[in-house]
Write a protein that binds this ligand. Sequence first.
Ligand code: APR
Ligand code: PHB
Length: 394
Amino acid sequence: MKTKVAIIGAGPSGLLLGQLLHMAGIDNVIIERQSGEYVLGRIRAGVLEQGMVDLMREAGVSERMDVEGLVHDGIELVFGGRRDRIDLKALTGGSSVLVYGQTEVTRDLMAAREASGATTIYEASNVQLHDVKGEAPYVTFEKNGETYRLDCDYVAGCDGFHGVSRKTIPAEVLTHYERVYPFGWLGMLSDTPPVNHELIYAHHERGFVLCSQRSMTRSRYYLQVALSEKVEDWSDERFWQELKTRLPQDVAARVVTGPSLEKSIAPLRSYVVEPMQYGKLFLVGDAAHIVPPTGAKGLNLAASDVSTLYRILNRVYRDGRTDLLENYSQIALRRVWKAERFSWLMTNLLHEYSERDAFDKRMQRTDYDYYMTSNAVLKTIAENYVGLPYEPIE
Ligand code: APR
Ligand code: PHB
């Protein structure tokens, strides 16, 4: 087999890049370790920045998102008896975010890919990248007991944090930056109307809570939990009870409970690898960086990487501008680090750190008080939440 761009991984990064390249007439093949159903079964975040929304439109996959996505002009924050609305629209001069689940984004991208006739190989095992530093890279993989070889011009490593692409790069070339937080998020999805028309991010002494949503009839809630917690120990009743305990009373009184559709615990981590490219291999999305979910940035950062790589590859194939390839990592990393900063800041601000002493806890509360009464800081929070601009490729 031969193609121009071999894409490793059919998560949102790989599928979106594949679709954009396909629309531009650039042949590509996606190789995914899991089945399509498995990929769709993973429940992830659901807040899209304008840049990602625009990219979905450019990729021709926005039809359902434009109908079903919910425009949110603000978010609410809660800390120590204060409840503050961040008016995203007013503070940014007109920007907002779109609430539309990553599962739906992935479903729409998969449907578009199937309709386009482009090749996606699911359930490929033992995927290996070869000669990515040389002139003629290729990918090998196994499927149904047979070994295949895919020759290509470039490889896009869209295979997430545990993928093979980053591991292919020699260790001495890479620098890793990491922060592991001493807690996780227990998430729950339920077919109940959301407690509020906007998202609520709330600090409580028992731990952080997030009230999110997927639609007017489907809620997504998260509780900060210790890393030692097991999901089996959280019955639906216990989850709802704990959620209500941590929310302001008037909000708790409005929570509509119901059976859970899914519950899972995810650890919180900040991670960046530099550089994001090695020869003809380019890392995209979670393969190169992870953010804690408090800023809703994971999927959106994947989208800005995709946008940068797509625009560069487009110029390479259209105008022979191979000189632009070397800029990918630097352009992507500048935006990655700013989103890392915002996600880290929001995490530190809103979670309960049991190991913090009394002085540090007062500082945390004072940070919150100051931020909510400073128009300058509110603007900063709002402009980061709706998403910083994408950099041009030259
Ligand atoms: N070979 C082929 N595919 C692989 C391999 C491998 N060795 N390892 C992992 N994959 C696949 C995974 O099965 C998965 O489908 O790569 C895909 C990576 O998808 P994601 O982990 O969703 O990563 P990405 O597409 O970059 O999505 C951005 O940001 O914060 C997150 O929740 C957000 O998942 C979203 C992500
Ligand atoms: C979600 O809906 O899953 C979600 C929303 C906002 C976040 C994190 C997760 O910051």
